[in-house]
Design a binder for this molecule. Structure first.
Ligand code: F0G
Length: 353
């Protein structure tokens, strides 16, 4: 008899700090591929093994689903009827989908004009009540925290510890697939929940099943790099709108993950991020801009000789699918031609350029 994949809660229930009898509200998230990408390690000019953990292949197109299945399951289990979050887009779409699954209302607060089309469309499609504010993600987060303290509304941002319980399963999957932890893990950092969750997961497997520990490379966008600069930023800017965050809620824990793992948090410019996005696409992996930050940061570290990847196993986390932000490609990459519907014209164009 075949046994189908049950989603991250049932797969890893014994490793999660959750109420024992909590049923799972799931879309069978997780179990994402760890894709070897030798063409890029070759281009980076070094002898090392490189994999992409492609989290864009989760049900709503981002890693948020791993945390959201746990946060919404727990909220539903204690009888919550409404979930709320602030979001740069992916959390919104994920909260909306899992709330729909649980029969709950979802309210998402987003910075007006700064959320990529695919994310906004997702939140609307799954039935969220979308509120745009004329302000930043950081202001939206302040507001939803206050609302959830005053009213019986479940906060499902990564301040909610159950989000981290779910997200740490990505670290488990990587160790399960490789048979051990990689030497380095590189990932984008915004509100800093994910880097905190990965480190939590790696440390847990290390103490419980004796896998090794990776060094963590966290990458912020240069215009939104409070953890690199050492102070909050009031007006963060970056083309990678998912990580356009000036006051990361879990910033302290992110810095701890970097220092405890003997890793670091660095920044990459928008140009470096877009160039890494193109490099990934050239290997068949299309991600949204923020998701390319991990590769942008790794490339920079290798070029600046701050990280010698020789003989290392390196995993880059690509957090969201390229379909989330199609505009960036259509506007920025190349112009498509419109031709007459004639064989001659097409032949002329294809054969002669
Ligand atoms: N990559 C993508 C695609 C994201 O959407 C986010 C965060 C991150 C990376 C950074 O993860 O916040 O845990 O450090 N997006 C949040 C949102 C803020 O609202 O969707 P983080």
């Amino acid at each position: 008899m075949t046994k189908s994949y049950p989603g991250v809660i049932e797969k890893y229930r014994n490793y999660l700090t959750i109420p024992a009898s909590m049923p799972a509200v799931t879309l069978l998230e997780g179990n994402t591929p760890l894709i070897p990408i030798p063409s890029i390690s070759k281009q980076l000019g070094a002898n090392f093994e490189l994999w992409i953990k492609f989290e864009g292949l989760n049900p709503t197109g981002s890693f948020k689903d791993r945390g959201m299945t746990v946060a919404i399951s727990e909220a539903a289990f204690r009888g919550a009827k409404i979930a709320i979050c602030a979001s740069t887009g992916n959390t919104a779409a994920s909260a909306a989908a899992y709330s729909a699954r649980a029969g709950m209302r979802s309210i998402v607060i987003i910075p007006a004009g700064k959320v990529a089309t695919g994310k906004l469309a997702g939140a609307i499609a799954y039935g969220a009540e979308v509120i745009q504010i004329d302000g930043s993600f950081d202001q939206a987060l302040d507001l939803v925290v206050k609302l959830s303290e005053k009213h019986p509304i479940a906060l499902v941002n990564s301040l909610n510890p159950f989000r981290l319980e779910g997200q740490k399963t990505a670290a488990f999957e990587i160790c399960d697939t490789l048979g051990d932890a990689p030497d380095w893990l590189s990932l984008p950092v915004g509100n800093a929940g994910n880097i905190t969750a990965y480190w939590k997961g790696f440390k847990q497997y290390h103490s419980e099943i004796k896998t090794g520990l990776p060094q963590i490379l966290g990458v912020q966008a240069s215009g939104s790099a409070p953890l690199v600069l050492g102070h909050p930023i009031d007006n963060p800017e970056t083309i990678a709108t998912a990580i356009r965050i000036g006051r990361p809620a879990r910033g302290e824990e992110a810095l701890l993950a970097a220092s405890e793992s003997n890793g670091r948090i660095i920044s990459a410019t928008d140009e470096e991020i877009l160039s890494a996005q193109r490099l990934l696409a050239s290997a068949g992996i299309w991600v949204e801009p923020a998701s390319a930050a991990g590769l942008a940061g790794l490339k920079k570290q290798i070029e600046e000789k701050k990280l010698d990847p020789s003989d290392k196993k390196i995993v880059i986390v690509c957090t969201g699918h390229g379909l989330k932000d199609p505009d960036i490609v259509i506007e920025g990459f190349s112009k498509t031609k419109v031709l007459a519907p004639e064989l001659n014209t097409l032949e002329g164009y294809i054969l002669n350029g």
